[in-house]
Design a protein around this ligand. Sequence first.
Ligand code: KIV
Ligand code: NA
Length: 277
Amino acid sequence: MTKPMTIPEIIQTKGKRKLSMLTAYDYPTALLLDKCQIDMILVGDSLAMVVLGHKDTLAVTMEEMLHHTKAVSRAVKYSVVIGDMPFMSYQISPEQAVENAGRFLKEGGAQAVKLEGGATVIPQIKAIINAGIPVQGHLGLTPQSIAQLGGFKVQGKTAKAAKKLIEDAKALEEAGCFSIVLEAIPAPIAKLITENISIPTIGIGAGKDCDGQVLVFHDLVGMFDRFVPKFVKQYLNLNPEIENAVKQFKKEVEEEKFPQHEHCFSINEKELKELKE
Ligand code: KIV
Ligand code: NA
């Protein structure tokens, strides 16, 4: 078997080949992604939206995140598993942040955590890294701040906002992050950031010049019902396929075409006769 991916290797891969990252929230999906040697598997708090049916990512809890992180970790042998710290699991204090980050490794079986924000969360990031836990940063469209941002909108479109993004990326690098997710920002800004820091940038709606790309699994396979963001490439459209299969099942049950002989268990005639006597 190929040697498992590691955090130091992810850092060293910058400039050599592009990194791949996808989300997974369950065992069968994680098995597939690991088999495909996706570099990083993120148990994203997008779980709240694509699996749990919430309207945004705010409601998901530490317990729910851990429940899914455990399932993913059981499947993974190659990829680096990253636990996404949910809203209000790290904002309150560095102490709270370390405690919750630790749970992702100790209970969840993850190798790293991700959290959203720039300068304001540096104390938390430093505290987590001091505890020996690798941290991935996340800048640009940070969905946990949706109330402040006023919706899922592209960020860093003014010179001032772009300058702040570049400063935040530098601050995350200096704090010791092993990589940074850049979400929904202009491609030229993502390129500038990528050229100005030594750790990999992983883009989602951030153009082709990032050091790697991430997508939400359910977007990639066409299993999210509500909207397809501009930055998503749907490699597969599973929803209609599954719908057809389910309709077919219902039809065959009603028409008594399922189950067929080959799906049934038999008993020998002698036993059956004895029973009926
Ligand atoms: O929760 C998530 O899926 C994410 C990715 C979009 C980076 O944070
Ligand atoms: Na997230």
